[in-house]
Design a protein around this ligand. Structure first.
Ligand SMILES: C[S@@+](CC[C@H](N)C(=O)[O-])C[C@H]1O[C@@H](n2cnc3c(N)ncnc32)[C@H](O)[C@@H]1O
Length: 251
């Protein structure tokens, strides 16, 4: 699936929520700790997907807003956080006035923007003076068991695995913040483990968004490549990592 395609994300909204939606929770906790978000903090989540981070923030007593270009994702998020100001739209055009939020987050989403610096500039525009921007993304390939599986699928299809994007490399998120005229306040590498109950969940999650014939053809490769991560009970445990960086507009 093309990560910048809203229709593709809409089609997999419920599958994303079920299989992946909550797995970045260690990152959410790091961002909340680093920013001090709590009751009364006004937060916008950009590329909010199925609303999992928003639900987490809602429980902490923050005031939340979210935006995502995938209508299906936003509709699902509305059922989970009905009191949140949820809009359909992209990071590059945020429909809120300047200086609206104490914290603007984007977790595993900014890499899909057509222009990450434009998107970051929009995020900086809507943050209040002294507020924070938190961005996070998968760490580089060799820290992620998921990539071992995805790379096996690519090779089986005769393709070379894609190289790491800049945002995944050590220092990549900090460089983006600096390029966007933000001071880096904190950053970190966070373990983000992921588990699948059985072969079926594993294949559904790894091949989310693929058409049924591709899933049928690629499933044996997925199961074979995931063998090192299989537990005795037949479930799977994958070790992965995300990086995050928290920034503050200069001035
Ligand atoms: C991998 S999902 C992550 C969703 C959520 N942030 C999470 O961590 O569960 C990526 C999300 O980014 C959204 N997205 C794609 N392009 C975007 C853009 N230009 N601006 C904002 N969000 C975008 C997709 O629609 C999708 O919901």
């Amino acid at each position: 699936m093309n990560g910048g395609d809203p229709q593709g994300w809409s089609a997999v909204a419920s599958g994303w929520a079920e299989l992946w939606g909550g797995f970045a929770e260690p990152v959410w906790r790091a961002v909340v700790d680093a920013s001090g978000a709590g009751p009364g903090t006004v937060v916008l989540d950009v590329g909010c997907g199925s609303g999992d981070l928003l639900a987490h923030l809602d429980k902490l007593g923050t005031s939340t807003a979210g935006i995502d270009p995938a209508t299906g994702m936003v509709e699902l998020a509305r059922t989970r956080v009905p009191n949140t100001d949820l809009r359909v739209g992209s990071a590059e055009h945020l429909p809120w006035p300047d200086a609206s939020f104490d914290l603007v987050t984007s977790i595993n989403a900014l890499q899909f923007a057509d222009d990450t610096l434009d998107a970051l500039a929009e995020m900086a525009r809507v943050v209040k003076p002294g507020g924070y921007i938190a961005i996070s993304n998968w760490a580089e390939d060799d820290r992620n068991d998921l990539n071992t599986i995805e790379n096996a699928v690519a090779r089986a299809a005769g393709e070379e695995p894609l190289p790491d994007g800049d945002l995944r490399l050590p220092g990549g998120l900090q460089q983006l913040l600096a390029d966007g005229q933000l001071d880096v306040v904190s950053s970190g590498l966070i373990d983000v483990p992921w588990a699948a109950a059985d072969d079926n969940d594993l294949v559904s999650a790894v091949l989310l968004g693929e058409d049924p014939s591709a899933i049928e053809a690629e499933a044996p490769t997925v199961v074979e490549a995931a063998r090192p991560f299989r537990t005795r009970s037949g479930s799977y445990h994958l070790n992965n990592a995300f990086r995050y960086a928290l920034g503050r507009p200069r001035g």
